[in-house]
Design a protein around this ligand. Structure first.
Ligand code: GLY
Length: 363
């Protein structure tokens, strides 16, 4: 038997444009847009008219007219059926490998449209335009695409980098408070795992960001996006442990989302997952009680509401945690902390401690 090995560089160059009140993006990235024979703008059917108007000012119709595709609202969009429906729409409308998808919306829209872009004709270019706080600091960046399966989050998916990510914080002007708070859950995650400079920048802006202050939101988006894109550039496929730290709070967070049947906002689930991870870190003695208090207090600005609608079913929780794709074959796998900015991966946390962590997450 002969074996061969090749070093295949699959990544494309990723460009990102961050700012407030941008206009006519194609004029700034002519090569990407001039090379596209057709354009499809994908949004959620629940997108408010202001979102559509802003998306149109970012991508005004030029000599290539746009086609429009609406996805069902929120997580309902993230199914294999919807990905198939989008691919069939592209095929029926003559989209080729040189066509371009533009996904403007929250994490569900960018996850699903990015997934369809990765499988349509084995991969076409796409532009990610996250329009929520959470999307602009996390979900819309980094090229993880996914659909949900069997009641669990992101079980089938691909790595398919957007050719361009556009984070325009003007989209955030009309976001309801609950959306800002959800995004702030991911923001606190960055403050817990990131370096000291990032942490102090984020904690300085956090309270005003949660109350919708435009300058604070823009500062948080640029700080988090720059940090995340740096990790993604070094570990795009989440293989070396560098990118994995972004999963802090997500093992429990995803399980809670499943137990809430999709009714718990993602960032809020991550914040609750972070509480659980802090407790496990303290109980396994990797985190001192003083650091636990310091990190825990970062969640205060979120003023999380009671965790309504999450089934208090510990057996199901255990099964979700062990079936999580982040477990990588172990009984379970968590990102824990040894201190602020010092994340590490730990496996096979015992059920008795997970029971305490579940209760902590639901407090
Ligand atoms: N949200 C985690 C990641 O993009 O890796």
């Amino acid at each position: 038997m002969k074996t061969f090995s090749f070093n295949v560089k699959t990544s494309r160059t990723v460009k990102a444009a961050l700012g407030r009140g941008m206009e006519n993006v194609p004029a700034q990235f002519p090569a990407l847009f001039a090379g596209a024979d057709k354009l499809c703008l994908v949004t959620g059917s629940d997108a408010p008219p202001s979102l559509r108007a802003r998306a149109l000012s970012l991508f005004p119709e030029g000599k290539t007219p746009h086609l429009y595709f609406w996805l069902p609202p929120s997580e309902k969009a993230k199914t294999l059926e919807e990905a198939g429906r989008l691919c069939a729409f592209l095929f029926d409308n003559g989209f080729s490998r040189n066509s371009l998808l533009i996904a403007a919306g929250g994490g569900a829209v960018t996850d699903l449209a990015g997934f369809a872009a990765s499988i349509y004709m084995r991969g076409v270019n796409w532009v990610s335009v996250p329009t929520t706080f959470l999307g602009q600091i996390d979900a819309g960046l980094g090229g993880k695409t996914a659909v949900n399966l069997g009641g669990a989050k992101n079980i089938a998916g691909t790595f398919h980098q957007p050719a361009l990510a556009v984070c325009d914080t003007a989209f955030l002007d009309s976001l309801p408070h609950a959306e800002l708070r959800s995004g702030a859950g991911e923001l606190v995650k960055y403050a817990m795992i990131g370096p000291a400079g990032l942490r102090s920048e984020l904690l300085k802006h956090l309270p005003r960001a949660v109350s919708g202050d435009k300058t604070a939101l823009t500062a948080c988006v640029s700080a988090c996006a720059a940090y995340k894109l740096k990790l993604v550039a070094k570990d795009e496929k989440d293989e070396t442990g560098l990118r994995e730290v972004l999963n802090f709070g997500h093992t429990v967070g995803h399980a809670l989302e499943a137990l809430a049947g999709g009714r718990l906002p993602h960032g809020e689930a991550v914040a609750r997952g972070a509480r659980a991870a802090l407790l496990i870190s303290r109980e396994t003695r990797s985190l001192s009680a003083a650091d636990h208090r310091k990190l825990y207090s970062m969640l205060d600005a979120l003023r999380l509401p009671p965790a309504r609608g999450v089934r208090r079913d510990f057996k199901k929780f255990l099964s979700l945690v062990s079936k999580d794709k982040k477990a990588r074959g172990a009984e379970n796998r968590f990102i824990l902390l040894e201190g602020p900015g010092r994340p590490f991966a730990a496996e096979n946390i015992k059920p008795a401690l997970l029971r305490k962590a579940f209760a902590e997450a639901l407090k």
